[in-house]
Design a protein around this ligand. Structure first.
Ligand SMILES: [Zn+2]
Ligand SMILES: [Zn+2]
Length: 93
């Protein structure tokens, strides 16, 4: 198991509960590799929690996805996690 520093998709938004605006969060790589997890900012609701009278805003952390893919960015279509891992080694992330 390893803990990796992953760039947060929120682009350092202080409203983000995942990284707290630091732009990076720690992701513990599990036995099955890099897996998407539920977004802590919106709790999977895809919109920012806010005042009841405010119009819903797209969640800054998951960008409306409801979950966070630690492989983002960059995103590569691949069946295994291997190529993505190699990509990360060379291009950072
Ligand atoms: Zn963030
Ligand atoms: Zn979210």
């Amino acid at each position: 198991m390893a803990v990796e520093r992953v760039r947060c998709p929120c682009r350092a938004n202080p409203e983000c509960k995942l990284c707290g605006g630091s732009n990076y969060y720690d992701y513990e790589v599990g036995p099955r590799g890099w897996l998407p997890f539920a977004c802590p900012t919106c709790g999977g609701s895809r919109v920012m929690p806010g005042a009841a009278d405010a119009p819903p805003r797209q969640c800054v952390t998951c960008r409306g996805e409801g979950s966070i893919d630690p492989g983002y960015p960059p995103q590569i279509e691949t069946t295994g996690g291997f190529l993505r891992m190699i990509w990360r080694v060379f291009f950072g992330g």
